[in-house]
Design a protein around this ligand. Structure first.
Ligand SMILES: [Mn+2]
Length: 273
């Protein structure tokens, strides 16, 4: 199973009052071209599709165009909402676009309902965990302490319970939007700390073959199976030295991860003077 992992598009964002629509359009061209050339089986987008809950029209048009092109390629696409997205707004129309192979997961209650794709080695179950705001989802997950680790842990318990019901040998991938301990932040993530304790331990993701993470804007590898793609563009000067990229992941028959880093276009480099 071969897939692309990206996140944190932040469509509609500006950088010090400079619009980034053209740069974001160039990235989406690159994403679609890479999906086609590398013959991927899926594209995963791990949250922060938009920069804010009510994005500008130019951002909505970019999103619409990207989905049309991915659907036209016939590549299944999975997306989750991040802390910058409004899950309710983003989720409008989700059941309709699902028919076109675009699987949008914005509802925490549906986190253990996977999209199952099959290759010659068998099934791969893809679980989309939208960004879980502890105060809003603690009742859904019946957790006592409303911290990120508690709610994400409860969501992952549901994922593992679902996986246990699937045929032996089913491989598994999770999309999540979180700050995992050991990750390095930059200046452009909006803080997700509410009442402290924002980081979740990597052990939360035990039992799955790959966790496609979003939230941190630098591309980074926590373990072979636990990676951030980072944002496709620099959204702060703290990222001037970043190499922006996508992960091209091959999951072999045994679920081992082979990762290749694919560079994103760099329309306008940032430098400190
Ligand atoms: Mn982000």
């Amino acid at each position: 199973m071969r897939f692309l992992h990206t996140s944190d598009w932040h469509l509609g964002r500006t950088l010090h009052r400079v619009g980034l629509v053209d740069a974001q359009a160039a990235f989406l061209d690159h994403l679609v071209a890479t999906a086609r050339e590398e013959r991927v089986d899926a594209v995963l987008v791990s949250g922060d599709i938009y920069d804010r809950a009510v994005p500008p029209l130019s951002a909505v048009e970019l999103y619409d165009e990207a989905l049309h092109r991915l659907a036209a390629l016939g590549v299944p696409t999975l997306m989750i909402s991040g802390n910058h997205d409004s899950p309710r707004r983003l989720g409008v129309g989700a059941r309709l676009i699902e028919r076109a192979g675009i699987h949008l997961r914005t509802d925490p209650a549906a986190c253990a309902t996977p999209v199952v794709l099959t290759d010659r080695h068998g099934d791969v179950a893809f679980y989309g965990l939208p960004y879980l705001e502890p105060a809003l989802v603690r009742d859904e997950f019946a957790v006592e302490t409303a911290g990120h680790a508690a709610v994400l842990g409860a969501a992952m318990d549901r994922v593992r319970a679902d996986l246990a019901t699937r045929p032996a040998g089913t491989r598994s991938v999770v999309l999540a939007h979180a700050f995992v301990t050991g990750g390095q932040p930059s200046d452009s993530e909006r803080d997700i700390t509410v009442g402290g304790a924002s980081a979740v331990p990597a052990a939360v993701f035990r039992g799955v073959h790959y966790a496609a993470l979003g939230h941190l804007h630098g591309c980074q590898t926590l373990t072979d199976r636990l990676r951030y793609s980072g944002s496709p563009l620099a959204y702060s000067f703290s990222e001037a030295g970043h190499r922006k990229s996508l992960w091209l992941i091959d999951l072999d028959a045994a679920g081992a991860v082979h990762a290749e880093r694919v560079d994103c276009p760099l329309p306008r480099p940032l430098i400190h003077i």
